[in-house]
Design a protein around this ligand. Sequence first.
Ligand code: TXA
Ligand code: MG
Length: 310
Amino acid sequence: MTAPLLEPTEENITRAVDVLRGGGLVAIPTETVYGLACDAANPEAVARLYEAKGRPSFNPLIAHVSRLQMALGEGQFGAGAKALADAGWPGPLTLVVPLAQTHSVCDLARAGLGSIALRQPAHPVAARLLEAFGKPLVAPSANPSGKISPTQAEHVAADMGTRVDLILDGGPCEIGLESTILSCLEETPVVLRHGAFDASEFTAGLQDEAQPLAPGGLSGHYAPNATLRLNVAEPISGDAYLGFGPVEGPQGRISLNLSPAGDLVEAAANLFSMLRQLDRSYARIAVAPIPMTGLGLAINDRLARAAKRD
Ligand code: TXA
Ligand code: MG
């Protein structure tokens, strides 16, 4: 059975809440990517979610909240974390903080860690659903483990349609890249993942491949089936060419352009869906150089992971 793909009407939000209360899985739009949501306090639902994603191990999940108050019940926010939440929420920012004694998010969802990752999404459909549900929802990106993250409801239907109970269609994701993750466990925040929240003022956490701080930070994520070559100014014949910027390129060589105007925000929003599109028809994809500034950091990070075979 394929999950119904539903418009986010009041009636369908209520239907989604019922599914979640029953321990089911609901794919939801957020401003970053589509998430696969379940009740964060229900270990059976979380186990089902890991199974649906085909996660090799139980990576810790992000708990999504509808307001700061809900987050304060789950994690301990020092002055620094509180200031970051004020600056970045609701929005594409995930904060890792020490677990609060009053937490409801189950051990399995946190992979048994004494810390918790929290995010208040800005997408109105995610916000309405969280408010109606009244408790945190864990939601990894709604793709099979290691595959390209979904930025449209149709992506979820194609990859996960038979493994979820319901898909809420909120249109294409505005940002198109997963949230910035900042760890607030030490004196100063550490960047675990780049995203649309500008974290350039903070230092990057060491990503030890064997013991990653953000396990989803392992290389080999977001992998298309096609081989990917990066920073390619001149594609060779037979390559699909994913362009960036106003360059015309050799006639007919640009297959798709992340942003003809050279706009990194537009490029981020297009990245995953264009990779998917090219992956359907080509065995080799060459990608134009993307500047290492602003959102370019996050885009290059995702591309490097997608290009790496492990
Ligand atoms: O934009 C997003 O963040 C999307 C949308 C759906 O909200 N979600 C998402 O979730 O990207 P996921 O599961 O694909 O990535 C969660 C990341 C992983 O790298 C995980 O290891 C890290 O968060 N994480 C979760 N809890 C953590 C913790 N306590 N300490 C360090 N990293 C943690
Ligand atoms: Mg993911």
